[in-house]
Design a protein around this ligand. Sequence first.
Ligand code: PLP
Length: 452
Amino acid sequence: MDQSSNADWLARSQAAVWHPCTQMRHHAQTTAPGHLPLVPIARGEGAWLHDFDGKRYLDGISSWWTNLFGHANPRINAALKEQLESLEHVMLAGFTHRPVVELSERLSALTGGRLGHAFYASDGASATEIALKMSFHYWRNIGRPEKTEFLCLAGSYHGETVGALAVTDVAIFKDAYAPLVRAATVLPSPDFRLGEAGETPVDVAGRAAAALAGHLEKHGEKIAALIVEPLVQGAAGMAMYDPEYLRLARQLCDRHEVHLICDEIAVGCGRTGTFFAHEQAQIDGQPIRPDLVCLSKGISGGYLPLSIVLSSDTIYHAFLDDSVARAFLHSHSYTGNPLACRAALATLDIFESDDVLAGNRARAQRMASALAPLADHPRVEYLRQRGMIAAFDVAADDPYFSRRFYRAALMREALVRPIGNTVYLMPPYIVGDDEIDHLAHAIRGALEEALA
Ligand SMILES: *Cc1c(COP(=O)(O)O)cnc(C)c1O
């Protein structure tokens, strides 16, 4: 039994670990309002995280949107233990193995065979870079080397490496590195909150698509790809939009010979109600077909770093040649790691055997009714939901709001970490009704405390 306490791990972590997405000084301060508590976790079980002092927290944001079926899930654990006994890793250049083949086949099947080639990396930002490089290199390979530019949406987030920052439009992550970045063109977001009086979400989508159309008319010749987060722009603060935008964007990209890259890193794997979010946009009764899809976060069940770019036959075939320079040479040491792929296979097994998408419809309904009373709160705006993501904005003119709220939620045994003034829930797909109610109750209490 581990006899150490939270205090031991706090001090050692603050001294030796440089934490991500964090001003380390906020951990060191112990007084409100700037304080950001650092929480040492001893173990996880289901939707709960347990610290070293006997306190527990319900993981309302799936540990940064990664965990789908709970911590220490027995089925994923069993698959990983079995995999460990046979093959922990082998390089993927010149070698292959069962988990990577099976995973690639199953992902291809999930796209109806439309995206039949899976390229592997370890994190989301790398998947973004791979998709951008593939698009750029495709146009070069087919003799259109002038197509070198990328389009992204206002508020977009596609990762934070220097290449991915090119298509990320979040000032706090980007501004310091602006001189390093070859920035893409930022087009208006279809975020429904931008609607003017009398406009529906479909109208806002139409307006944003008209801006895309105007840009493509003028500059389409030079553009390689448009990259979008389908339906929900996560890091922008769960900005949600109508599928109509994706439908129109697909048609416009086709007309102007521009790739459509769907970054499903956050919204894929059932998060929005369908396995891929882009499936909710249809043309002639069929889901739209992106040219490239990026997956990461939930695909390994939240267990291991894994990202995948799924590509169309057309793109894949443009790289086949005797010339090595025309090949896609991008590589990472842990590309296609067998343990990570096996975790992903176990995750897909659960989707199939438990009919997770149907279960999530009931869970999403419960989330909606648990949060519904907040709509009447005088400081709550735009209460919104898409599948297993629910969010609202808080009218608060307080730079410390998100930290106050976060601390107050932790006090109520809930991990809910607002993005600015947006509070959101994105729980694992195993939360029960009582746990959803627990989260809603904690949110209500934390809101009152943070606003007091
Ligand atoms: C998290 C995220 C990324 C980046 O993934 P990392 O693994 O953190 O590099 C890219 N795009 C979207 C939409 C994301 O939510």
